[in-house]
Ligand binder design. Structure first.
Ligand SMILES: Nc1nc2c(ncn2[C@@H]2O[C@H](COP(=O)(O)OP(=O)(O)OP(=O)(O)O)[C@@H](O)[C@H]2O)c(=O)[nH]1
Ligand SMILES: [Zn+2]
Length: 221
């Protein structure tokens, strides 16, 4: 099996790269090129609490801005991670094994970039190794690093697939995400139980119908 051709390995310029603020002017919140301080972020939460109609100085809410900022620090931890870097430590020695590796039902949590509401779901990830095999936890770490940012599901799917393609240079990569968007289930159209399914198939998974069927079958699709 040959590795994916170069064009597919190119890590596309997406939000996984650092945002380019250089051409922006000052926005309502000040100079957008400067990362706001923690206390500025907490003040923004306090404003939201007041806007909601509550009193941010009542005892139950006093520590809420600090908690919210710490929570968002976790939900946005992906901005401080390079997903491809998790794939640097590969194993060369896997005996005669030269077939697909699939990890199914990797839970993930992301944040919808339209409403900043939760996206919760599972990722199914598969790759066809060409010499480079990685510890399976690293695939889950790639999913996590891509998910813990503001996302739309289509781009999240694409970024996971391309990070694995770049890091492992495999014969193919397949990523399927099945997720529920809180912006659609808890507000707006309030369509409870709706799940969005997206997939990104690269290399052999895209070109070889039998391999694709086998993968989709193995994850119950
Ligand atoms: N394709 C795609 N759409 C998404 C995703 N997350 C949220 N959306 C949708 O993005 C759209 C944003 O539409 P807008 O009309 O700008 O926002 P809105 O007025 O809040 O829309 P409603 O949710 O219909 O109330 C909505 O249809 C959401 O359901 C995603 O990951 N992928
Ligand atoms: Zn949304």
């Amino acid at each position: 099996m040959n590795a994916l051709p170069g064009s597919e390995l190119d890590h596309k310029a997406t939000l996984l790269d650092k945002p380019d603020f250089s051409k922006r002017e000052r926005g309502a919140a000040g100079d957008v090129r400067r990362r706001p301080s923690r206390s500025e972020a907490e003040a923004a939460v306090e404003t939201l609490l007041r806007w909601a109609g509550d009193d941010p100085y009542r005892p139950g809410l006093l520590e809420t801005p600090g908690r919210v900022v710490r929570a968002y620090e976790e939900w946005f931890s992906g901005y401080r991670q390079d997903p491809v870097a998790f794939l640097n430590r590969t194993f060369g020695e896997v005996g005669d094994y030269n077939d697909v590796v699939t990890l199914s039902d990797i839970p993930f949590h992301s944040v919808c970039e339209h409403h900043m509401a939760a996206i919760r779901g599972v990722a199914h990830v598969s790759y066809l190794p060409v010499e480079r095999v990685v510890g399976i936890s690293k695939l889950a770490r790639v999913v996590e690093a891509c998910a813990r940012r503001l996302q739309v599901q289509e781009r999240l799917t694409d970024e996971i697939a391309h990070a694995i393609a770049k890091g492992l240079k495999p014969g193919g990569v397949a990523v399927v995400l099945v997720a529920e968007h809180a912006c659609m289930t808890t507000r707006g159209v309030r369509a409870h139980g709706v799940r969005m399914v997206t997939r990104r198939l690269l290399g052999a998974y895209r070109d070889d119908a039998a391999l694709r069927r086998e993968f989709l079958g193995s994850i119950g699709m």
